[in-house]
Design a protein around this ligand. Structure first.
Ligand SMILES: Nc1nc2c(c(=O)[nH]1)N(C=O)[C@@H](CNc1ccc(C(=O)N[C@@H](CCC(=O)O)C(=O)O)cc1)CN2
Ligand SMILES: Nc1ncnc2c1ncn2[C@@H]1O[C@H](COP(=O)(O)OP(=O)(O)OP(=O)(O)O)[C@@H](O)[C@H]1O
Length: 213
């Protein structure tokens, strides 16, 4: 099981954000999740750049299977698939690495042995084995206006994003109250910045397109 430090400024912020998220009204969470799915579907195309320009091949988005009280990604996954976009989902591997499984609506799910999340059961690929990935959707508890992110604390996405070409856009998915003021998130050297934030209110680009990490 993932070991997470609890006594740092970031750990305290994580804990505050977790409590605030859990305190959101469930109806509001559902409504925001549905709006979020629409926002992502409406903007995926322009973010995907040339990822779909491969004859006969579908563009690919990396997403994730949300667990309560994260914004529900079920409508989002279905919405992307309805647009002809392949969605891949993460599996937690040893060493805080992620592998990826192609999502289908009827895919079997099982609880991860490494983190309290559900994972798809199916053939796994390393990110480098995937072709056509044009957008990375990143789970977060909060993101600030410079693209700094607080996640669940495993460091899975910081490690993953460090190895992904910066040309592939990486966008956080949060409730609108989780867009934080600059300076609130303690930044560490390993932290990977995001290019933008999806909320129910729309896309918010926080770094100019093409900026190097
Ligand atoms: N839906 C979802 N899937 C994901 C992530 C995520 O943030 N959300 N991850 C993003 O990296 C990875 C899993 N990472 C995680 C790492 C630790 C915890 C975790 O331990 N959470 C506990 C807190 C334990 C504690 O308080 O110490 C919890 O939620 O109760 C959750 C996810 C990959 N899959
Ligand atoms: N590229 C990396 N190489 C080595 N260790 C890393 C790297 N990125 C993060 N870590 C370690 O992972 C741990 C968690 O990092 P952090 O608190 O930033 O997680 P997080 O971004 O909130 O989590 P997650 O990405 O799983 O949602 C820290 O102990 C950090 O040192």
């Amino acid at each position: 099981m993932t070991v997470i430090p609890r006594d740092t400024a970031k750990a305290r912020l994580r804990s505050t954000l977790r409590s605030a998220r859990a305190a959101l009204d469930p109806g509001d969470r559902r409504t925001q999740s549905v709006h979020l799915a629409r926002v992502v579907a409406d903007h995926a195309d322009q973010l995907l750049h040339g990822a779909g320009d491969r004859p006969g091949r579908r563009p690919v988005v990396t997403a994730y299977l949300a667990g309560d009280p994260e914004p529900d990604t079920a409508p989002l996954l279905a919405g992307l698939r309805a647009l002809g976009i392949d969605v891949v989902l993460p599996v937690c591997e040893p060493g805080y690495r992620l592998s990826w499984v192609l999502w289908t609506p009827d895919i079997a799910l099982e609880r991860s042995v490494r983190a309290p999340v559900l994972e798809p059961v199916g053939p796994r690929s390393a990110f480098g084995e995937l072709t056509g990935v044009g957008l990375i959707l990143v789970p977060a508890l909060g993101v600030d206006g410079s693209g700094h992110r607080v996640g669940q604390g495993g460091g899975y996405y910081d490690r993953f994003l460090a190895d992904v070409p910066s040309a592939v856009p990486r966008w956080g998915v949060v409730y609108r109250s989780e867009v934080l003021a600059d300076g609130v998130i303690p930044v560490e050297p390993h932290d990977q910045r995001l290019d933008g934030i999806f909320t129910a209110d729309g896309p918010l680009r926080v770094r100019p397109a093409g900026t190097a990490v």
